[in-house]
Ligand binder design. Structure first.
Ligand SMILES: Nc1ncnc2c1ncn2[C@@H]1O[C@H](COP(=O)(O)OP(=O)(O)OP(=O)(O)O)[C@@H](O)[C@H]1O
Ligand SMILES: [Mg+2]
Length: 588
């Protein structure tokens, strides 16, 4: 593990700490004082043993012991002050990291959440920042103590009898070398692999839990989740390899730190010799070393842990950095268009890693106030083209203009104010209906929310809920059907009152009764607005000003229902088929 690298990470951390960075330095300094204070009692211990070996002055022993205890307590108190400093800094760093991450995440194109997986990002926001917090709060003072203690111990050991000191140091040095071999560059790589294996396993686990209903419905066993099992196996294999990799250095380290006692015996033998009667000074030193040498063990273990913690930190900071470095959607200007017509010029879009374009050279103009519909087979690119208009991602080729301004030049928040998007899968948040609707306009009053719900034909839903609009969705068995969720999502769009409305498949879930209600809601809310609707039920698009028919990413046909029906078009074939299916249903 390169020292330079760890310094770089501390630099990044100091940036997050801002003015609190001084507290880290202060914490280190105070921890150093505490470490020195904690070593002083051993000097008094040596004196106590000396007095005891002489076997007289009990009062003096009491006095010396009193000083030793006082110094120990003082060292502890000082250490608590050091912890206080680093904790305050750590909390600030964690909070700053999280808010920077959140601010960054908001600017990222929505596509990132498919590619990178929202589970992974969640783990970084939660766990990597928590790891950083732990490191700053606990490991920084510990590390300072771990660095000072061995130095202090070596001074102590050599101060009284350098011969015994030297012999006692042999196992300590060998142990330290074993430890360093475990902490090599290789280890940093291993740490990364470990974190990645954990991450993959956790996101596969989420997939697994999500998929349980499907698995059960189709009578499959859990073995159908091969991918999840594979990640568990890989994780298991990884940990086994890792353990095997460490077995020799770890055995060496543990043997050395536990063998220190044996070396004292050798030391005593060398010191006292077979034919010499030991003096009381010799006995004093041997006894003293029996007490002090185990401290080397403790000090070395602390050094070992501080190294491991540092690797966790480096990994955490790398991960946070990686999220912060994802390209956000750029804001190339600050123009706000007056008009709200939407124009696509030769727009193509390809999803990351896809082999073909999801939208292919699409050009169209939607006038302000026009009601248009997109229809076409599944996978033809309807959702993608609408998401591009709202700049969920940037086009791969071509341009999208709103009111004559390229949407890249419109500030994100201004563009979002212009557009309401009701998603194909409009999942509601686990909060009250009131808050769910209010999401689009946080300062809306309760009566405004009520009016929006009325416009979106949601009153029958509200009336049957135990706490009306304050009912929390997903709690105590309060669930809404797909069609009901869509209507709440529409209420959210109504409340936002944006001039452009995009409704993706808004009637897909609706049963016939709901469909009529949703239709009524649309008509009410879209008066005077530009509306773009994606629909599978062709009955809902008959009255559109214009219908765009998509196939394999291209806009194949455009026109009103009557125009399209008068020719032999893809639309006519789709419509005829649709009508037959309706008749078939009615006839059945
Ligand atoms: N996140 C994604 N990553 C990669 N490819 C995607 C992604 N989302 C969609 N696609 C692909 O892009 C193409 C267009 O998808 P899109 O969702 O726009 O179709 P759609 O017309 O809305 O379909 P549907 O009627 O089923 O909703 C499809 O081939 C689809 O597989
Ligand atoms: Mg779609």
């Amino acid at each position: 593990m390169g020292k330079v690298k760890s310094k770089e990470h501390m630099k990044i951390i100091r940036q997050y700490a801002g003015s609190h960075a001084k507290l880290i330095t202060l914490g280190r300094f105070i921890a150093a004082i505490s470490a020195v204070l904690s070593l002083l009692p051993f000097y008094y211990l040596w004196k106590i043993i000396g007095v005891a070996v002489d076997g007289k002055d009990l009062d003096r022993i009491k006095k010396l012991a009193g000083i030793a205890v006082l110094l120990t307590v003082l060292s502890l108190l000082v250490y608590i002050v050091a912890l206080l400093c680093t904790h305050i800094a750590a909390f600030r760093i964690q909070a700053n990291m999280r808010s920077s991450l959140m601010r960054r995440i908001i600017t990222l194109p929505l596509g990132v959440f498919d590619d990178e997986g929202s589970g992974k990002i969640r783990r970084i926001v939660n766990d990597s920042t928590a790891a950083t917090e732990t490191y700053i709060a606990h490991n920084i003072p510990d590390k300072t103590v771990a660095a000072i203690t061995p130095v202090g111990l070596i001074v102590l050991i050599f101060a009284f009898n350098w011969k015994i000191g030297l012999i006692c140091l042999i196992p300590a040095v060998i142990g330290f070398m074993c430890m360093m071999s475990m902490m090599g560059k290789d280890m940093q790589q291993k740490m990364k692999e470990y974190q990645t294996a954990l991450e993959t396993m956790s996101s596969e686990a989420t997939e697994y839990v999500r998929g349980i209903p499907v698995v059960k419905t189709f009578g499959q066993t859990v073995h159908s989740f091969k991918r999840f099992k594979k990640t568990i196996d890989e994780y298991g294999k990884w940990t086994t390899d890792y353990t095997l990799h460490l077995r020799f250095p770890m055995t060496g380290f543990m043997t050395c730190i536990n063998a220190i006692f044996a070396f004292i015996v050798i030391a005593a033998y060398v010191l006292v010799g077979a034919d010499v009667t030991p003096t009381s000074a010799d006995i004093l030193n041997v006894m003293y070393y029996i007490i002090v040498t185990p401290l080397i063990t403790i000090a070395l273990t602390k050094v070992a842990y501080s190294g491991e913690a540092e690797m966790t930190l480096i990994d955490a900071v790398e991960r946070v950095k990686a999220v912060m470095e994802i390209e956000p959607l750029t804001e190339e200007g600050s123009q706000v268009p007056e008009k709200k017509d939407i124009e696509l010029k030769n727009v193509s879009y390809r999803y990351k890693d896809a082999t073909r374009n999801a939208v292919e050279e699409a050009s169209l103009l939607i006038n302000e106030g026009e009601h248009v519909a997109f229809v076409g087979p599944s996978g033809s690119g309807k959702t993608t083209i609408c998401e591009l208009m709202a700049r969920f991602f940037d086009v791969t080729d071509g341009e999208i203009m709103v009111g004559g301004v390229n949407i890249k030049k419109i500030p994100q928040d201004k563009l979002m104010q212009m557009i309401s998007f009701v998603f194909q899968d409009s999942r509601l948040l686990k909060t009250s209906i009131l808050e769910n609707v209010r999401l689009s306009k946080p300062d809306a009053s309760e009566s405004e929310v009520m009016n929006a719900l009325k416009t979106a034909q949601c009153m029958d839903i509200i009336e049957k809920l135990p706490n009306g609009i304050n009912t929390v969705i997903g709690e105590k068995g309060t669930y809404l059907s797909g069609g009901e969720q869509q209507r709440i999502a529409i209420a959210r769009a109504v409340l936002k009152d944006a001039p452009i409305l995009i409704l993706d498949e808004a009637t897909a879930f609706a049963d016939p009764d709901n469909e009529a209600k949703v239709q009524a809601a649309f008509e009410e809310m879209t008066k005077g607005k530009t509306m773009i609707m994606i629909a599978h039920r062709l009955s809902t698009v008959v009255n559109a000003d214009r219908i765009f028919v998509m196939e394999k990413g291209r806009i194949k046909e455009a026109g009103t229902h009557d125009e399209l029906m008068s020719e032999n078009t893809l639309y006519k074939r789709m419509y005829d088929e649709y009508s037959r299916s309706i008749e078939w249903k009615v006839g059945a």
